[in-house]
Ligand binder design. Structure first.
Ligand code: SR1
Ligand code: MG
Length: 402
């Protein structure tokens, strides 16, 4: 039996042989180097580089447990979902997804374009770098990948086939637990609270009955609203950027869910970057982040409306007022999800560096309290957030309070 006819978790050397055997990307005799470069929670990511030339590829392989914990058992099928969605995103939002060269359902891996001329957005934001085209790019990406996969635009029978195709029960379960449940009750006892904020969080999050009820409503929205094929994990660690280009990676959490899940994740993670900038007194960066959040929401609204007008196919969706009603719901969900993401990244297991890297204790206490207070408003008052200004006004009011 040939080496790659049966699944095993590869080491660096295996990955080099694998790429040579499965592709003609490199010359037969090229001296290749391979490094594990992944810092994600679930998969193993390798970069294979030709030492002589400037060619390189990325190999991503799924293990049967999460990279961060053997206790989290996962189906290796997630790489199929990821590859399929990346290919679809490449078609729907041209230039905003890496090219997939090969998907392998035996080794549960895919080989894709190396984006090493780009940097991970979260890392760049932590250095207070700014990206003038980010809001334009990410709003285009969301509208062009989300709306075409809804019943508004797509043939309804094909859409139902897609809903089945993209069932992603195990990864959805991670989000249902980590985003929608544990931050509110710690029932799996794996939340990690920043000690100086512990009592405050217990009082403000665990003991807020109204908040927990609204989170429960949003949880069932996430599980039961097969609205569009969403990315499912659209945070700043899933974006690769240069000043001129934005590429979206890692759609392994993709499934048919509410559009607001993607929009809300972007809003929340840009807010983390802003709060991090504020903690370090980086005013120009904070101004840029504020404008970017505002533009993301406003451009999303504008492009969503234009795309709808041009592409709507469902006869009832053409009724006067329906588009506005539908978009209002998307925006409420987006605000609600932004709030949930902000709570879970501070209270729950999976944190973000934007907050954990704040070294001065007083600043971290303040940053967490700003995020959590704002998050509660996003969730409880989610029906009042419609424009970029609505989000930024709330943010400024909360920041002033602390
Ligand atoms: C166990 S996975 C933890 C988190 O990492 C992923 O990027 C998702 O955001 C998930 O919730
Ligand atoms: Mg990821």
């Amino acid at each position: 039996m040939a080496k790659f006819d049966e699944y095993f978790l590869m080491e660096n050397e295996d990955v080099i042989h694998y790429v040579k055997e499965k592709t003609s990307f490199f010359n037969e005799n090229s001296a290749l180097l391979c490094d594990e470069i992944g810092d994600g929670n679930l998969n193993y990511v390798y970069r294979v580089v030709d030492q002589a030339g400037d060619k390189s590829v990325i190999v991503k392989q799924a293990g049967d447990t999460a990279r961060i914990s053997d206790a989290i058992k996962l189906s290796t099928n997630r790489i199929k979902i990821e590859s399929d969605i990346l290919i679809l995103h490449g078609k729907l939002a041209k230039g905003h997804a890496p090219e997939v060269y090969l998907y392998d359902n035996v080794m549960n891996c895919c080989i894709m374009e190396d984006l090493s001329d780009h940097t991970i957005l979260r890392e760049a934001l932590l250095q207070f770098e700014t990206f003038p085209k980010l809001a334009d790019h990410i709003s285009t990406f969301m509208v062009q990948t989300l709306l075409p996969t809804t019943d508004v635009v797509m043939d309804h029978q094909e859409k139902k086939v897609n809903v089945k195709e993209y069932m992603n029960p195990e990864l959805c379960d991670i989000s249902e637990e980590l985003v929608y449940t544990e931050p509110f009750n710690d029932y799996n006892q794996r939340n990690e609270l920043f000690e100086p904020n512990k009592e405050w969080i217990v009082a403000e999050i665990y003991r807020d009955d109204v908040l927990r009820l609204e989170a429960a409503k949003l949880k069932f929205e996430f599980m039961n609203h097969a609205q569009a094929l969403i990315h499912g994990d659209l945070h700043t660690g899933s974006l690769f950027v240069t000043k001129e280009s934005t590429k979206v990676i890692d759609p392994e959490f993709g499934f048919y869910g509410p559009i607001g899940y993607d929009v809300g994740n972007i809003i929340a993670n840009l807010t983390f970057a802003l709060i991090h900038g504020d903690a370090y007194g980086k005013e120009p960066f904070v101004d840029w982040a504020e404008n970017t959040i505002m533009e993301v929401v406003d451009l999303f609204n504008k492009k969503f409306t234009a795309f709808w007008d041009e592409h709507v196919t469902d006869e009832m969706a053409k009724e006067i007022g329906f588009k506005e009603w539908y978009l209002d719901r998307v925006l409420s969900d987006s605000a609600g999800v932004a709030g949930l993401e902000m709570i879970r990244r501070i209270v729950g297991l999976a944190k973000v560096k934007d907050i954990t890297s704040i070294e001065m204790e007083a600043e971290r206490i303040r940053a967490e309290r700003i995020c959590l207070t704002l998050a509660k408003r996003f969730i409880k008052d989610r029906d009042t957030f419609r424009t970029g200004k609505d989000f930024i006004t709330a943010l400024k009011e909360v920041m002033k309070k602390y």
